[in-house]
Ligand binder design. Structure first.
Ligand SMILES: [Zn+2]
Length: 488
């Protein structure tokens, strides 16, 4: 067994169609963290893949005819899931490193430029279909490279059906699992949201077994007439409904309270995914929890852009668990390590201070014992669950991804634990959450197809794509009337 075997062996598996094939592949000798309690973890085990599926996980699997990936010194785990990413905004990466969600009148560099006015107000309307395509594709490849094998692309760029088709095509061309979130566009004449959902479902997502499936955007701030129609269409089409829920923004909190109480003309159910949930009333939380709704938390973005404190303690209080989301690369990186570490450090900062505030150190220097009812500190295991299986659950994809479970699709990442920033390996979940970054993502499989190997994405011309993205960026800055200042 050696990695040479794979290099010299048939490359046929690389050409296997995304819907599977007859290839057999065994990932040998890794520290396997399945994220499925029924499967468990193994210090040294193999994962056997046939076509697009995982068929076995365990030590010393017998697979003489399979191609081999040598995973000794590596962590083998399910690919990460991001339940809220605006992929069309890649051209404006780091344009708003300090920017708030909207102008607070302070005149500070955080107030201007800001997200509402500049990204949504100026850049978004300037997108052409070709801009949508390259921006979405580049963001998707970047996340694939970072080990994110499944995403909900919260796509808000549907100025025309051509824009919509460009976004869907880019998700398909990325070759990773995705839920295409059909949100509104700029509301111009050609925009057909939400009625275009029927066409999109039929043209792009006729089956729910595809690598790319559909989610409907159902924003409450668009007004009752629009959201009640979009929710109705979603349920008719049998797709989930996603909506931003920022109680600190405009009149949102009141609208959410009305909807939660059943007075908004729509019914909240287990097919709803609410994004952020900052600044919401206790009653709305309880009603959403009772209805089985799901919550996606964008820890870094909520902290930096003033959405409010990520509602992790409220989730814990109710016994709920969120999935994680990256949101916008205008302001923060979209890799899963940033998301997991932000969640962990934020929650522990709050709870640690809570405990410290409960009393002075007890001689001979111990901490006060946490009072009854003090929230449990999050652990690295918790945030790993948020970033994998919870994401799959929230998108309704947990029958096919989120864990290394025989029968599920082979969405797998292999992480290098021999690297300078990780070795020696002493604790697998700790190494992944506390030490690793995207540079440790060595190999990525989506539905059994190898998309990244030995640290390089396969089947992409990144130089050409970067050139296209820069051309798109130049168009967008010019059309938006924004001067690009590299040191602003
Ligand atoms: Zn968002």
């Amino acid at each position: 067994m050696s990695s040479e075997r794979y290099e010299n062996g048939p490359a046929a598996h690389d050409q296997a169609p995304p819907d599977g094939g007859r290839g057999r592949l065994v990932i040998r000798g890794g520290a396997v963290m399945s994220m499925d309690p029924a499967v468990g973890d193994f210090e040294d085990a193999d994962v056997l893949v046939e076509g697009d599926r995982i068929v076995a996980v365990g030590p010393g699997l017998d697979a003489p005819d399979a191609d081999v990936i040598d995973a000794r010194g590596r962590v083998v785990m399910p690919g990460f899931v991001d339940t809220h990413h605006h992929q069309f905004e890649t051209a404006e990466r780091a344009f708003l490193p300090n920017g708030l969600l909207s102008d607070d009148g302070s005149g500070s560099p955080s107030a201007r430029p800001n997200y509402s006015e500049h990204i949504l107000g100026r850049f978004a309307p300037a997108y052409r279909p070709q801009d949508v395509y390259v921006n979405v594709l580049f963001a998707g490849l970047s996340q694939l490279d970072a080990g994110v094998t499944t995403v909900l692309d919260v796509s808000q760029i549907h100025h025309s059906p051509e824009h919509t088709d460009a976004a869907a095509q880019a998700l398909v061309d990325t070759g990773r699992r995705a839920a295409f979130g059909l949100f509104e566009g700029a509301g111009r004449t050609g925009s057909r949201y939400p009625e275009d959902a029927y066409r999109v479902r039929e043209r792009w997502f006729p089956s729910d077994d595809q690598l790319v499936t559909m989610v409907m955007g159902g924003e409450l701030h668009l007004g009752r007439q629009v959201y009640s129609r979009s929710w109705e269409i979603a349920r008719e089409l049998g797709v989930r409904i996603a909506a931003h829920a920022v109680g600190t923004w405009g009149a949102s909190r009141q609208i959410f309270d009305d909807v939660a109480r059943g007075e908004g003309g729509v019914r909240v159910g287990p097919d709803n995914i609410f994004i952020h949930m900052t600044g919401m009333s206790d009653e709305t939380w309880r009603r959403f929890w009772d209805a089985g709704a799901r919550v996606s938390v964008a820890f870094p973005i909520e902290m930096i852009m003033r959405h409010g404190i990520p509602p992790v303690l409220k989730l814990q209080e109710l016994g709920m668990e969120p999935s994680l989301s990256s949101d916008v690369e205008t302001t923060m990186a979209a890799d899963p390590f940033t998301l997991m570490r932000s969640a962990l450090t934020m929650q522990r900062m709050v709870v640690n201070q809570m405990v410290l505030d409960q009393g002075g150190p007890v001689p001979p220097g111990n901490y006060p014992k946490p009072a009854e009812g003090t929230p449990e500190l999050l652990t690295v295991r918790d945030v790993l669950r948020y970033a994998t299986v919870n994401g799959a659950r929230d998108l309704g994809l947990d029958d096919r991804t989120g864990t290394l479970t025989p029968g599920k699709q082979a969405d797998i990442v292999i992480l290098d634990a021999t690297a300078l920033n990780v070795a020696p390996l002493n604790n697998v979940p700790g190494a992944v959450v506390s030490l690793m970054d995207r540079g440790n993502v060595e190999t990525v499989l989506v539905a059994g197809k190898i998309r990244k190997r030995r640290g390089r994405l396969l089947d992409v011309d990144l130089d050409r794509l970067r050139h296209d993205l820069e051309a798109s960026r130049d168009h967008l800055f010019t059309a938006a009337g924004v001067r690009r200042d590299l040191f602003a």
